[in-house]
Design a protein around this ligand. Structure first.
Ligand code: GDP
Ligand code: ZN
Length: 380
């Protein structure tokens, strides 16, 4: 925890983990360019600020943050938050990763709004002019408004575990384990609820002897979803998957054993090592961190590495919203006799009639019923 003691008008002493910039430089990515052009970011206080390196203290260093004063805006730099450790963020600037604290005025406001800085946030930060180029500590001055969020329930609060997620690649396998459309439907609903584009991926297509995998995939294609058939073993669809992930922030969701790690390893062999490293550190810090991390793809883009499948938790989505996220139900809902029809037990329900006519697939309706009656966290 940062030391909250005030230092007589000089600013606040903040103890930060002493870590040299051991992370290797990363290439500048498209998003930084996009971010530079972006409009409408949130801007905070205009005052002046300093970060002063005070030397090393065993494994920590002290920096002084004048919380009342922001750095001049023309000196702000842009980055993406890769991970959060308490109130410290690892911010990817493209060239390097900068460890940043969050300016207090911003922190207070964000926490008030239950909107703290999250992994995936596009931020503006400043770095003090200590003249020491080795000093990589910065201060987050402002956070851009978000699009696409992974959320979950932490106690009774909804917590953002990753911001600006573009797409959820929902992975199933053609066999071992066999496809479970119901799981796919749950993930699709969770993605829509977070304003994240779902993509349905069927892996292990080399094992699709009965062509059930292909049939399930065709069903989602018919509904209008982007689909992708892959095999981490034969390499089928891997180039397409790589293209899909390029310059996007993606979450890879799916039951364990469907081949998520194998697919990521196939699209970016460097990634396996990074994920291994993160999992190791997550394992060690199991009781202190529950947050996701962004992992940079060597060809551009990020994947969200979440500490579990519950990242696509449906318990935060009100049940009466499900109908909107079943794309083929949504246009029929106004035709139900009862305005508050839940499409379960009601008479003259347009959804049930469409199921009887064969316009809505029975599997999809069963998914809806299942979700409606058991919306809790998906278990593996
Ligand atoms: P994860 O739990 O979703 O990350 O799944 P893994 O990547 O660990 O894969 C689970 C198992 O499936 C491993 O034994 C992989 O070798 C195997 N596997 C992954 N992808 C394929 C594939 O496309 N075809 C076949 N036949 N096996 C695969
Ligand atoms: Zn109805």
């Amino acid at each position: 925890m940062p030391d909250k003691k005030k230092n007589k008008g000089e600013g606040k002493k903040v103890r930060v983990p002493f870590r040299r910039n051991r992370l290797k430089p990363a290439r500048e990515k498209d998003w930084t360019q996009r971010a530079r052009e972006a409009e409408g970011h949130e801007v905070d206080s205009q005052a002046r600020e300093n970060v002063v390196a005070k030397g090393d203290l065993s494994r920590q260093r002290t920096i002084i943050v004048r919380d009342d004063e922001a750095a001049p805006r023309e000196t702000w730099r842009r980055g993406v938050v890769l991970s959060m450790r308490g109130l410290f963020a690892a911010v990817d600037e493209g060239e390097r990763i900068v460890s940043c604290t969050v300016r207090r005025v911003l922190r207070t406001r964000l926490i008030d709004e239950r909107h703290p800085v999250a992994v995936g946030d596009r931020v503006f930060f400043s770095v003090g002019e200590s003249g020491d180029v080795a000093v990589q500590e910065g201060v987050i001055e402002a956070v851009e408004s978000r699009k696409g969020e992974l959320r979950r329930l932490a106690g009774r609060r909804v917590q953002t575990i990753a911001a600006n997620v573009d797409q959820a690649v929902i992975v199933s396998s053609a066999a071992q384990p066999a496809p479970k459309p119901h799981f796919v439907d749950r993930y699709i609903v969770a993605a829509h609820a977070g304003d994240i584009t779902p993509v349905v991926c069927m892996n292990k297509m080399d094992l699709d002897e009965d062509e059930y995998g292909a049939a399930v995939l065709a069903m989602y294609a018919e509904l209008g979803y982007r689909t992708i058939a892959t095999s981490a073993v034969t390499g089928a669809g891997i180039d397409e998957l790589r293209a899909l992930l390029t310059d996007k922030e993606s979450v890879i969701a799916g039951q364990s054993g469907v081949g998520k790690s194998s697919l990521l390893n196939a699209v970016d062999p460097e990634l396996a090592l990074k994920i291994g490293a993160v999992m190791e550190s997550t394992e060690k810090g199991r009781h202190t961190t529950t947050t996701a991390e962004l992992i940079r793809l060597s060809f551009g883009g990020y994947v969200v590495d979440t500490p579990g499948i519950r990242s696509l938790d449906l318990s935060i989505v009100p049940r009466n919203e499900y109908e909107a996220y079943f794309v083929e139900f949504a246009p029929l809902v106004p035709a139900c006799h009862f305005p508050d029809c839940t499409h379960t037990h009601e008479e003259r329900c347009a959804i049930k009639e469409a199921v009887e006519r064969g316009d809505i697939r029975i599997e999809r309706y069963e998914s809806y019923l299942h979700l409606f009656t058991e919306p809790g966290v998906m278990r593996e």
